[in-house]
Ligand binder design. Structure first.
Ligand code: NDP
Length: 433
């Protein structure tokens, strides 16, 4: 805290991981101390902060701050998304980059951890303004990334449009047609099923976690928060599995649709028209729209937070438990506060942490990298079936690691340990670097 003041999200993420690792560290205390393994783990290999000037539609110059934190490359090139949101600062990018190390390790694929972004708000900007920002952002970032060094992807505020503009600028400056970004459009090297991957993966893992505990997802009622990329495809897959999703939200309000969220309407509002959820009632007159937050007040069996960090608080956890919720799986990164997580676990709610539950996005990004390297495209079914296998494996690995260390059923501890073991092994093998 003294070394990195004013980075509360980063401290929160580190605290959760280090607490989980206590048993592992205690078993090898001397080596951990001598080799400063944890000290090296929490210090990024490199962090970049840079100016992003661009001209808005009124001819006014705007200045944003860009970031890329290259956290850990022990098991492969840095990999992690770019967040475009006004709340972005170094502490948030560091928390996301730190989480990404263990998440990427859990996928079983050779990718290190990194994250980036800028305090730019794409909302309400014209396409030309978004392009101007993305080109300026990439003009600086392109000096530090590459298909074999650091491969950014999308995150909040960065979708296919933004990735396209960034990719175009990278190619123009560096002259390389390579898989330097993932989440690309299908016409220039993107992977089928990448758009759906995080939400679908969340449901594959949730289904497996329920199975391990003698439950079935079919027939369950589900609350989803958010209405972006993760939320939309989580809703779609949950419904394909026979569950009923009754809520979605954005930063202004939330929708309750007792008959089940209409995914096609949601996609049209968010992906095509880029409008707010207030529009939803036009498609489904019987649905309710409420200002403010409230998704977790609805009686559901399963909660899937898919919006942003710290959106499920202790009071929400209490309501979910009182309403008989049996499982929470994090589609977003760190959406549940530490106190809320502890409360849910203490009350017997199955809890899948984001670094395991939302790893399907980055796993499919790594599959996009493989396709780019061999200059081939796989079918949707091929990518989707690999994604399914990866998520089922992650579920078993986190459950097994928890059990091995005497924390049966504690998937937070299990995911942290399972992700950590491979990274620490690779760091040890590569010496003091
Ligand atoms: P999108 O930008 O597509 O959607 C984000 C959603 O969350 C929107 O509904 C947005 O509402 C809402 N939201 C964002 N910030 C806030 C806030 N401060 N308060 C309330 N609501 C907010 O992002 P994604 O769906 O891609 O990402 C959602 C989460 O999933 C993030 O935590 C991200 O890091 C994580 N994630 C994403 C992956 C991916 O592949 N996309 C992979 C792994 C994790 P509004 O429109 O009002 O801003």
């Amino acid at each position: 805290v003294k070394k990195n003041p004013a980075e509360p999200e980063f401290h929160q993420a580190v605290k959760e991981v280090l607490e989980s690792l206590r048993v592992v560290v205690e078993a090898n205390e001397e080596q951990f101390r001598r080799d400063a393994l944890l000290e090296r783990m929490v210090e990024p290999e490199r962090q970049l902060k840079f100016r992003v000037p661009w001209v808005d539609d009124n001819g006014q110059v705007q200045v944003n701050t860009g970031y890329r934190v290259q956290f850990n490359s022990a098991i492969g090139p840095y990999k992690g998304g770019l967040r475009l949101h006004p709340s972005v600062n170094l502490g948030i990018i560091k928390f996301l980059g730190f989480e990404q190390i263990f998440k990427n390790s859990l996928t079983g694929l050779p990718i290190g951890g990194g994250k980036g972004g800028a305090d730019f708000d794409p909302k309400g900007k014209s396409d030309r303004e978004v392009m101007a920002f993305c080109q300026s952002f990439m003009t600086e970032l392109c000096k530090y990334i590459g298909a074999d060094t650091d491969v950014p992807a999308g995150d909040i505020g960065t979708g296919a449009r933004e990735i396209g503009y960034m990719y175009g600028q990278y190619k123009r400056i560096r002259g390389l047609s390579e898989g330097v970004l993932t989440g690309k459009g299908l016409s220039y090297g993107g992977s089928l099923a990448r758009t759906e991957a995080t939400g679908y993966g969340l449901l594959y893992l949730t289904e497996e976690m329920l199975k391990l505990n003698g439950q079935d997802i079919k027939g369950k009622t589900v609350a989803v928060s958010g209405s972006g990329n993760v939320a939309i495809y989580a809703t779609q897959k949950a419904q394909q599995m026979g569950a009923k999703v009754v809520t979605v939200s954005d930063s202004n309000g939330w929708v309750y649709d007792a008959e089940g969220i209409d995914v096609e309407a949601l996609k049209e509002i968010k992906e095509i028209k880029r409008e707010r959820l207030t529009e939803y009632k036009k498609y489904r007159p019987n649905a309710e729209y409420h200002e403010g937050r409230g998704v977790w007040s609805v009686k559901v069996d399963i909660a899937l937070p898919c919006a942003t960090q710290n959106e499920l608080l202790l009071e929400d956890a209490k309501t979910l438990v009182a309403n008989g919720c049996i499982a929470v799986a994090e589609g977003a990164n760190m959406p549940t506060t530490l106190e809320a997580t502890e409360y849910l676990q203490a009350n017997g709610v199955l809890f899948a942490p984001g670094k395991a539950a939302n790893a399907g996005g980055v796993a499919t990004s790594a599959l996009e990298m493989s396709q780019n390297s061999e200059r081939l495209s796989w079918t949707f079914e091929e990518v989707d079936s690999r994604l399914q296998r990866i998520m089922v494996d992650i579920c078993h690995n986190m459950a097994d690691a928890a059990e091995r260390y005497g924390f049966k059923g504690n998937y937070v501890v299990g995911a942290n340990i399972a992700g950590f073991e491979k990274v620490v092994d690779a760091m040890n093998a590569q010496g003091i670097v």
